[in-house]
Design a protein. Sequence first.
Length: 91
Amino acid sequence: TGTFFCSDLSITAVVIEGLARHKDEYGAPLCPCRHYDDKVAEVSSAYWNCPCVPMRERKECHCMLFLTPDNAFSSDNQELSIDSLLSYIES
């Protein structure tokens, strides 16, 4: 996608954990950074399923999971190991 992870890996880990929980609970990786009155309805609409429509259309990710190189919080990492993510989730 030409995007990078956040330089603060704890943010990336929390977002990925939230996406995984929503995938387990609702069958789709619903954006964990928003409030929904009805998560099941939101999953059905697919607008906020990751990658959400704003990300796909304009490369705008308010979760800071996908950052463009010019974003002040962007790292130079496009890959992360499961071990590094788990170290933040389990701490």
